[in-house]
Ligand binder design. Structure first.
Ligand SMILES: *Cc1c(COP(=O)(O)O)cnc(C)c1O
Length: 232
């Protein structure tokens, strides 16, 4: 189903306003919070509209992104961020399509990403995805394995670690959701101290929880449904 152009533009404006309100309410600047338009299942036409005002586009699947990239005008320089779990055998393809991999969740994947990046003579921006919800179905490295992964990523010369990503628990309970976000923020601060890197990206908050995420320090929200409507 295709959205009206004006719909998407209005929705982005509304989200920007809500980001501004949430930021102001906790003494932060809206300009410190990037908006990623999550475009999975949506058309290239819709993506092009979103690309005019979002800071980046987010996709979950390599296969889908590949089909879309074929139709993508080369003049459009939007940043493409991979948000979904990446399998080792799709790393090369992923690196041809995406500017960043935000879902780095294992040592094994880090090693493959680093090796393929080296072969492609590029340095790939990555976020470590942490599982703060404790739900085993959720992607992301378990908290107990975070530091091991961090150590390994820091040895990878063709990976540039820019921060962390997390998906909040699927819950309407504010304190549960905020606890998960606070945990990600605490980890990112520890990682910053350990690595002496800026690690300026803390990607957390989706359509239904981005306000709480901003209160807990998010610097990048990933919004799909609130921009494009519900997915089939
Ligand atoms: C789908 C998805 C989103 C967007 O979720 P909405 O609830 O539609 O805003 C954000 N982040 C990730 C990792 C996703 O898979």
């Amino acid at each position: 189903m295709n959205n009206d152009i004006n719909n998407i533009k209005n929705n982005i404006e509304n989200i920007r306003r809500a980001i501004e309100e949430s930021a102001t309410a906790c003494g932060r600047k809206a300009s410190d919070i990037k908006l990623v338009a999550v475009t999975k299942t949506h058309s290239v036409e819709e993506m092009l509209i979103a690309s005019e005002s979002a800071d980046a586009l987010g996709e979950n699947r390599v296969q889908e992104a590949m089909a879309k990239k074929r139709l993508w005008p080369s003049t459009n320089r939007s940043q493409w961020r991979l948000l979904g779990h990446l399998q080792n055998n799709k790393v090369r393809k992923a690196l041809q399509l995406f500017d960043t991999v935000d879902s780095l969740d294992s040592v094994d994947l880090a090693m493959t990403l680093n090796r393929v990046s080296q072969e492609m003579t590029r340095v790939t921006s990555v976020l470590i995805e942490v599982n703060t919800s404790g739900e085993s179905s959720k992607s992301g490295v378990a908290l107990g394995k975070f530091y091991e992964l961090l150590d390994r990523v820091l040895t990878c010369r063709n990976l540039s670690l820019e921060g962390l990503m997390t998906i909040g628990p699927l819950s309407e309970n504010e304190s549960d959701v905020r606890r998960a976000f606070a945990q990600a923020r605490a980890l990112s601060e520890k990682a910053r101290a350990l690595s002496a890197l800026p690690l300026s990206i803390l990607s957390m908050g989706m359509s239904y929880d981005f306000r709480w995420a901003i209160t807990e320090g998010s610097t990048m929200v990933r919004i799909g449904t609130a921009l494009f409507g519900s997915r089939e």
